[in-house]
Design a protein around this ligand. Sequence first.
Ligand SMILES: [Zn+2]
Length: 499
Amino acid sequence: MPAAHALAIAGERVAGGVGTHETALPSPERVDLGGRCVLPGFSDAHVHFPTWSLAQREIRLENTHSLEEAVSLVAEATGSVPEGRWLRGRGWRSGDWSPAVEPTRQALDEVTGDTPTALMARDYHSLWLNSAALARADGDLQVQGGVVELDERGEPTGVLREEAAWRFRDRHLLASDDEFVDAMRDGVKLAVSRGVTAVHDKDGWLGAPRLWQRLVDEDALQLRVWQSLPHEHVGRLEELGLSSGLGDGLLRLGYLKVFMDGTLGSETARLMDGSGVQITGREELAEIIRHGARVGWPVAVHAIGDLANREALDAFEETRGEWAPRGLRQRIEHAQLLTEEDVPRFGVLGVAASVQFSHAPSDRDIADRIWAGNTDRAYAYRSLADSGALVANGSDAPIEELDPLAGICAGVLRTLDEREAWHPEQSVGVEQALEATIVAPAWLARDERQRGKLIPGFLADLVVLDRDPVAIPPEELPDVRVVATMLGGRWAHNAPPWD
Ligand SMILES: [Zn+2]
């Protein structure tokens, strides 16, 4: 990555580097960086933006170490819920609790009474409800691909998983558009303050496009959005004649989202040993990819377990003749557990690995337990990058925080605390981490000729950092701070002068 000493910007684009054009501009406004470092703006290649924005306002259970601690946080919040409203929270993970127990509705009922309470697990694949919440479903909880946990008397325990959790959420828990837009306004500001200039959103299922449009209308959208839509809509997109890329410089419809399996934390990832939950099978995915290709849509497939990844790769391989000539940017989301044979297939097939560097250190304890003996092939980001795969980094916010610098640290250091790096052989280099956070996501969004680099003609989307992350020792990475962010030649966060 070559460095330049100066950068000229004209309008929304980069005009040149190293003193080429800046004196030719009629009234050049100069910013002295004072030794700071400018990089192309960060992308987050996997974020549930409306959900993350709303999550900033809910009870957060991420750091609870026992069921009691989680219940006491709920108890504290109960009083502030207006009559008839839901008490919402998220972030619990029973694997983090000791003693090891699964949550129950009875544990909540004691502190919530009649206030309907819904607490989404950290990985969004399990939902913990109290009795008042369960009553809203009137016994209609079971659904294909879903799990309703039952106690020894055959009564629901209050925990729903996979499709059962999601259908309950969709029917009973969705926030209003006004609530979302309000939260997203703040969310955009927070993301931009962390150097983000683009996101690949995954909340197409909840109608994210219309929420983004409201932000555009009020001139509050200060980052670029590459939007998912649920694959179930592909027939309608075909009827309407809509293909990927529709939109403008800020907001575009990008790709179809599909789920192959569950997650590590819910023990629903689909593994070679036959365990886990299948949401979509190989043949079904191949059909979805074919249909998408005919209509002009790439597919982003959630696959966590090694069997889910194997089948997703098989489906892309089998259909390659139909999508590759159309230049579609296919991707597997997460790719958390891979067999050794499957690692090189990403690069060979030209399917991107859309991963989350932060997941490795944050999942390490659970992975060591649930995937014991196999963690040498889990979160294998270095192997993927070295095998020639296009590796894109995201946060999966709100599962991890939407914070690209934190993701870069996690990818390079593979630890979040004072412990040694977890599987340090899978650490990526700083430049690899930056590439995955800057260049690769731009390619996935078909913007490789105008974003991800600061060269003449490219968009002036950039972040100012207080120091050069490539020039410092890796241990210093956690100290790097975002100073300012520019989108299309306009300061979006903290315009100079800085002191
Ligand atoms: Zn996600």
